[in-house]
Design a protein around this ligand. Sequence first.
Ligand code: GLC
Length: 650
Amino acid sequence: MYEQVSHSLLNDILIKLNPEIKQQQIRHFYTRLGANFYSIHSLFYLLYGGRDDFEEQAQRLVETMARQYIVRSDQLKEKDLEREKNHNWFLSQEWVGMALYSDGFANNLQGLQSKLHYFQELGINMIHIMPILQCPEGKSDGGYAVSDFRQVDDRIGDLNDLQSLSEDLQKRNILLTLDVVVNHTSNEHEWAQKARQGEKKYQDYYYLFDNREVPDMFEQTMPEIFPETSPGNFTWDDTMNKWVMTVFNNFQWDLNYSNPAVFIEMLDIILFWTNQGADIIRLDAVAFLWKKIGSTCQNEREAHLILQLMKDCCQVTAPGVLFIAEAIVAPVEIIKYFGEDAINAKECEIAYNATYMALLWDAVATKNSRLLYQGIKSIPDKLERATWLNYVRCHDDIGLGFDDADIRAVGYEPYEHRKFLIDYFTGNYADSIARGLPFGHNSKTGDARISGSLASLVGLQAALESSDQASIDNAVQHILLLNSMIMSFGGIPLLYYGDEIGVLNDCSYLNDEHKANDSRWAHRPKLDWKKVELRHQSGTVEHRIFTALKKMIAVRKEIAAFADFNNRELIHLDNPHLFVFSRFNLRRSSSSVLVVANFDAKPQYLDLDAVGHVFRSSHGQIRDLYSGEVPALFKNQLVVPPYHFYWLSD
Ligand code: GLC
């Protein structure tokens, strides 16, 4: 859009451009800058317009984008152009992801590269390597306390290893997702060290306070993220004699985005990683980017403006790169991280579907889909050109962040219901063989979350210990049922490494003083490749789970109706044990798929007449696309075995 104020500022910036930049032939960069500049200027002005050095900062912003564009490889620039032409490429059902720690998966980045065939065997074509950036030993928060944003942690390799891995991935058509921890740094980061030494410039990178006056005001409304290990949101620093804002662990210092220098530094870092070949950047803890007294300091409007600005700037330098929002917040808030509009005020193309994840676990514990149905129904429609990252487990805990109104709407009392879920998954409930662990218990509010591997949470660990075949079968069924839900919902399914062979909790973390009080390490395993080999041995659980998932992935990729064009209709049923939705193909209205899940221990019946408006069928014509078989029908009732799913085609 052409607008005089921003355009004349752009002219001034271009005249003053550093000569090194001026002499480059960067036609595509200038076209994109022109197209995005009105929006970039408006956002930058909203955030930083009150400052005397606004124009100088705007100049630095443009030069940062230009410098990163100049060093972007021709191959990546080519990919940008292709993706501009085919901008819906990531909505296709062909993508299936896996998140993993490279050291847990195969010791390091080189080990990971030597195992890329494993992903291809399973059908994975997007990998999210958990943070690879340099962290202090011990106080690393699993890679989220970064001490150097431009170095690979030397425990897992170096930039050359990453380069080689990224080239190999590209040849195999596997997408690379990397983390950029945008909200905070380690207290050992150079900026923090310089702040400690009294450098004003770097003290302004953080939120520092001489006394408790302002911190106490913040604390009145800020929740605690790690109440057991890091209570409160501020940490006293003896060297500076100041309080530092530390929302997560006390060694993670929150960055001050009201300083444009911080924004520009972090943009430069994001672009640096896009230039290392990342197809997708996972932006960590985005809900926390703006702090305001009197608020929870989450989901503030400015946090959204920052993301919009990051997206606009990234579109100028590396438009083929997508952002994932990691915003584990209330259902109605998560959806806002896609932005306000698919083109204007766009933020992240992909967001973690934490709501669906938590609701699926609710259905497992209650053996019914009441809250699952209600919770999904309450999520507003998402934007076009945006998609979910659907997952069952990840490296973090399971937070029970459903909406209280939804919990009440289905007849539960929120506090009691959450307590039941915690008890259920930590095995403190008569009917449960789940082996989860509590995480983040807050004695002031009674809140808690849950850790544990997928297999241990659905009872595989207990079942194997007691050699109870029926329980083993149930656990395997649950693993497949939950995965079938993320593969068919709409969005990119993201598996978590180890779950594809039923890895159990790993309690070795208890012997490490830096991990012992963080139960999330129970589900951050070191893969035992002898066990992984068992995927080839028929009769083992590894084989049962792996082969079923491999098939599920292959079938998903063939079902056009599973692409994500907001083409899902949730179906209300009187039977609460079943969860049913239809996925329709926008182009050919006939080929819809009815997804049916039974969360109960008993067979359930689905009256096909009740779904006739979305799924026209006549006896004998239904086929389950996953098994390829015709499912059992009794009169016009479909029989759904316990913990079973169907992907029915009419
Ligand atoms: C994100 C990460 C989590 C980490 C937190 C603080 O939520 O997923 O593992 O502890 O950010 O960096």
